[in-house]
Design a protein around this ligand. Structure first.
Ligand SMILES: [Zn+2]
Length: 128
């Protein structure tokens, strides 16, 4: 019984300590972390644009919209903070609204204004 408790305590301790003992990222590791944070940021911004669309067509109520948008904004902000920490240059220090506007622009068909996935042809008019 005591051995089992001690074993569980040891496992918990290792589980807590091991991530702290990982070496500092450098080179390709830093690149991978940056890509990961960038992907997280993109996913959150895309989700916000989708939420805005869902609300505009009445698929999402104002209350749900506010809750979900706050959640995705927090994710985007966390990812952007992560990027800032990884890249001291400050290339990712743009403010969130500008990032959302950029994501929305990338997802809006230049011909008909329909929402489309970035870098994909428009589902409404087929424009690339
Ligand atoms: Zn179109």
């Amino acid at each position: 019984m005591t051995v089992a408790v001690a074993l569980v305590a040891l496992i918990v301790l290792l589980w807590v300590l091991i991530p702290l003992r990982r070496p500092e990222p450098e080179g390709s590791d830093a690149r991978a972390l940056t890509d990961e944070a960038d992907a997280k940021k993109r996913a959150a911004l895309t989700a916000i644009v989708d939420l805005e669309d869902d609300r505009s067509v009445g698929k999402l109520g104002d209350d749900d919209f506010r809750v979900l948008k706050r959640q995705y904004e927090a994710e985007a902000v966390a990812a952007m903070a992560e990027l800032d920490a990884l890249e001291a240059s400050g290339t990712h220090s743009d403010d969130l609204e500008a990032e959302i506007a950029r994501a929305r622009h990338a997802m809006t068909c230049p011909k008909c204004g329909a929402t489309r996935a970035p870098n994909e042809s428009c589902p409404r008019c087929g424009a690339v």
